[in-house]
Structure formats: structure tokens, C-alpha cells
Write a protein that binds this ligand. Sequence first.
Ligand SMILES: Nc1ncnc2c1ncn2[C@@H]1O[C@H](COP(=O)(O)OP(=O)(O)OP(=O)(O)O)[C@@H](O)[C@H]1O
Length: 410
Amino acid sequence: METGPDLPVGECEFHDLMSDLGAWPPDIPDAPVALAVSGGADSMALAFLARRWRRNVVAFVVDHALRPESAIEARLTVERLAAMDVPARLLTLAPFPKGRLQERARQARFEALEAACVEAGCLDLLVAHHAGDQDETVWMRSLRASGPLGLSGIQRSAVRGRIRLLRPLLTLAPSRLRLTLQAAGLPWIEDPSNVNRRFERVRWRQDLTLQQRRDVQTLNLTAREESQSREAELAENLASHAVWHPEGWAFLEQAGMNEETLSALIRLVSGKAYRPAREAMRLLLDKGCGTLSGVQLQPAGRFGNGVILVREERALAAPIAARKGCVWDGRWRLLTHDIPADSVIGPLGDAVHGLDLRRLGIPSAAARCLPAVWQEGRLILWPRIGYMSGEADFVWASAVPVTGENQLTT
Ligand SMILES: Nc1ncnc2c1ncn2[C@@H]1O[C@H](COP(=O)(O)OP(=O)(O)OP(=O)(O)O)[C@@H](O)[C@H]1O
């Protein structure tokens, strides 16, 4: 976090922060930049600054519908944004199942924001994490003995699903965001959970001393340097020794086998957002084959001198109702229109016996986990993926790219 004088964030300063994030396409109505705005001070300041930086922005306000007053607050935020000349859309979430509420709410919020961005033609979504959030995150991860990747903290830029998440305020102290709004005479909503000490983050927010914040910033800087060089090594190793196949499996040459590469490929093939635990990863590497995180590692056999990584059939998600745009098993998005009602997306499974897998060059275990459209237990649409000429278009839709998480230096 900066230690300079507490001043409102200026227009030029914000311009520079946005330029640091890369080149921006023209400021045209067809490609607005999206803003995630909760109505709190941080994201309202983001909206204020972003609108002065660019004409064409669009804000999305998510109502989680978890508290009785949330609908009123969300509408108020939409009105406040409109008064700032920021067009805003309200996204109200459907009720979600009980348990792991915070995690589920975050996931559902992201899915709604991503879908809204795609619909509005936005490639980039700005969120309002700031330097305080970064300190607390890194501090909590250090308490859990995270490695360099964890300690490198919240990323300033990250590809998530179909959009890029950008955090232009990540180096700014939250006090400066409030000052920015105060100087402009703009209101915001105080969320009571932001001061509820039941949450670990809130306790650290209130209790971290200045010295602890400084220490954690140093830790963060070192970790980021280290993960950037690891990331470069990983990219090089992948480029030299790994092959990604569009049917959702990977080949890794023996010469490229190491913990970092395997762990990145396992995350990719599993479709999950997180890498496997380090200890389990090491055990798997020692054994050279086995299953981890819903991925099966096996000798490559006819595919070459190395291993292949395929999705583990037993770990597949249950079938889901087939609708255009939906994602099954965290990996495959269905793009086809005109899907019969009451059909589901599920694995090809035994139906692979109807395929010439040798000619297609797909391991049987990988083919069994490919998506297909089923109706009353009958396969009605084969997948059209890679070299397979089926009728249903599926595209790979895992949440996180295999590498490139630390592509920006901050
Ligand atoms: N309900 C929401 N609608 C839209 N965007 C949201 C919502 N909640 C959070 N965000 C976005 O995600 C970022 C991080 O979320 P987090 O929960 O840490 O923020 P917050 O404390 O709830 O809100 P704020 O950052 O606005 O004070 C926010 O800065 C905002 O950009």
C-alpha cells in the first residue's frame, strides 16, 4: 500500500493505472468496459473514476437477494450510477442452496457478471479490490503457509472464463477511494458485514499494524517476482514438452515432468479453478501414475514417451439440463441452439464404442468423458470437438488458463 499523503485519486493518476493494464480498444458504444459495482465506497469510486477515463462504460450491480434490504440498496446504487452518467444494470441472483454461503455467493455473482459482460459485448470487467484487500489476503495466506503463488496475492489482471478481470485500484489505499468520493460529493452504501468481526478478513482489516502491513507488502513483492520467473519456466516447459488436445486431454513428455508443470496441467484438465494440494502432488509425481483432483495420470503408451492426463470418469459432474450457453463439468460449454427440451448433457461413456478412437487419436478414457446430449437415456447429439464431426458444438470452458497468471509486473 502507498505511504504517500492521503489525497483523492486524480483523473491522470487513474488514466496511468489503466494504461499500465495494457492497450485499450477505441472508446465506442459497441465495446463498453464493464464495472462491477456493489454500491460500497470502493466500487463507487471505481465507477466515478472509470467514467471520467472513458465515455463507454457499463456497470453491473448484483443483488444476491440474501438480505431483505439488498434489493432496495441495489436499486439505489443503480440510480446513483445513473446520476453519475454511468449506465447500470441490475442482476438479481436466483436463490442458491444452503451451506458454504460466501463461496457460493461469490461464484454465482461471478457467473452472473460474466454472462452479463458477454451479452453486453464487454471483454474486460473492472473490480474494485484495493491495497488493503491485497495486504489482508497475503497476510492470511502467509498464516496458512502458502507458497509463492499464494503469496503473490490478488492478481491485477486475470483471465477468468470468457472475460478478463482487471483490478486497477490494487495499489491504492482504501482511504483514498473514500476521499475521492467525498471530494466529488458522492454517496455510497456502508455494508454492515464489512465491520463484522465474525469474518477473519474483517478482524485483520482492523487489527493489522502499519509495520505488519509493510512486512506483508515486502513478502508480496518477493513472492510475485518468484512466481513470475516460475511462470516463465512453466510456459517454456509446456511449450517444449506438452501437447494440449482439444478433446480435453494433455500429453506430457517424460523430459518435461516436474511438479509445477503437472500441477498446472492437472488443474487445466480437471476444469477446476485451483491446483491440487502440494503434498498430494508430490506423491503422485513419485508414483508416476494415479488420480488427483479428478484427473487420471497414466503412461502415454501409443501416444509417446511420457504421460497423458485425462479427466477421471468417476469424478465427472452429474448430467445437467442442456441449454445453450451452459457449462457441464466445469469444462464444456454448449453453443448449439435448438436443443430439445428435457435433454441433458452427460458423458459419452459407453457410446465411445461407436467411434474409431485410433483414427481420431483420442485415448479411450478421455473420449468417455467427452460431453454429449442425451434424451431419456438415448444419445441424440454427438460432440463436435477437435477432429470429431458431431452435431453439438461444445467449446472448452475451464475457468482459468494453464499459465499467464502473473503476466503483468506491478
Ligand atoms: N453485489 C455486487 N455487485 C457487483 N459487484 C460486486 C458486488 N459485490 C462485490 N462486487 C465487486 O467485487 C469487488 C470485490 O468484492 P468485495 O466483496 O471484496 O467488495 P465489497 O466490500 O462487497 O464492495 P466494495 O468493494 O464496493 O466496497 C468489489 O470491489 C466490486 O467491484
